[in-house]
Design a protein around this ligand. Sequence first.
Ligand SMILES: Nc1nc2c(c(=O)[nH]1)N[C@H]1C(S)=C(S)[C@@H](COP(=O)(O)O)O[C@H]1N2
Ligand SMILES: [Mo]
Length: 426
Amino acid sequence: MDRDDYLRSRLDEYIWLKSVDAGVSRKRFLQILATMIGATAVGGLAKPAPAQSGSLNFTNTFKTKESNILKPLPPGYISHSKGTLEMNWGSMYGRGYIVPNDWFYVHNRNTPPPFDPSTWRLRVEGTGVSTPSSFTYDDIISMPSISVTCAIECAANGRRFFEEVYNQPLSVAGARWRLGAIGVAEWTGVPLGLLLERVGLKSTAVDVLVQGADIDSLQKQKSKFSTVVPIAKALLDNSLVVYAMNGEPLPPDHGQPCRVIFPGWGGNANVKWIERIEVSETPIYTQWVTKQMVLVGSDYPPTAPYKGELITYQNVKSAFELAWPAIISAGYYLLRGRSWSGKGKIVRVEVSLDGGKTWQLARLREPNFPFAWVRWDIDWNPVPGEYSLQARATDNLGNTQPTTVPWNNFGLLYGGIVSHPVKVQA
Ligand SMILES: Nc1nc2c(c(=O)[nH]1)N[C@H]1C(S)=C(S)[C@@H](COP(=O)(O)O)O[C@H]1N2
Ligand SMILES: [Mo]
């Protein structure tokens, strides 16, 4: 038995065990396996497709042929549009630090492009490198790698609260997320700085553009989805070209075969299905960055060429591990939640059970990684009634959650205190 066959047999066994756990018959298991091997074989090694292995018990209530999302819709998850899947905070109650791949929120502008490991290439080029090169999938996974546990959060997470608080509609078409456009995972990949060294990064490089394989259909001038980061961000130790998520090959919906992560930055910076990296000696201004990744409103004076204040790092937010609205029974309840900051780590969380009149400190639980989140809890013994729960977190730089947030036209970066409606029944 050669090495690939050996690994393949181990993998089959692993998936079989998972299937047994999920109550799947041998016949159904073999059917699933057949589809997987045909669809996702990587150099003779079948990929353990997470959507199949961990979510066999999920019933998909929304997905249609129109959906841009391949994985099934987990229970209680919300689809705002064909490319969005919002995490159900209620399902995270009492769970571990990491969001399983099947449960991770999705923001796809397009259907994940097909991946063929024999033809896939990542081109690294531009005036900022001396030896432009193409890397194969095997090249990438053979390079030194590290694993980083951090969040990815859509810059529009919390968008709905602008409309609710200001009682005024936003003029953009984007998803009306509550707080579920965030997840924390362990990302494994090659430090981007190492890849850039291999292609002879010049000391004069200033900007890095990362491009996906999908067309950004929302742009007037149709182009591939991309983002731009300054070279300083690209060279940080935790900026990665990622190929594994929570120990499994990157699932199609999350960027198969490779995506980038730029911890702390708005979700869109973490480009999926990457195919080209351009390093430039001159600043790169794309439409996406100058016109869309900006806060536009009277509180945000524009600085040319940006149409508003450019978004980079995410802000501080908190969420309760509760459905929205939540209905619970009277009696002792361990109230749980999570808080996070794109700029560092959370050092304090206060909770109000009476709509902001009185506050108490929550207990923070380990681990508490920067650019990820911290889990916290408090004891609660409510009598029947209607409650408005609030949480306010503060990070190590002193950033905290304000009561009011200035309006911006696209509804980005809502970091204010949110009132979570809870009904306690007798
Ligand atoms: N190529 C490509 N990359 C992309 C996107 C996309 O539509 N196409 N969406 C971005 C946005 S807006 C977000 S919030 C994150 C979502 O990552 P996830 O779906 O893995 O949670 O991916 C980013 N990367
Ligand atoms: Mo997003």
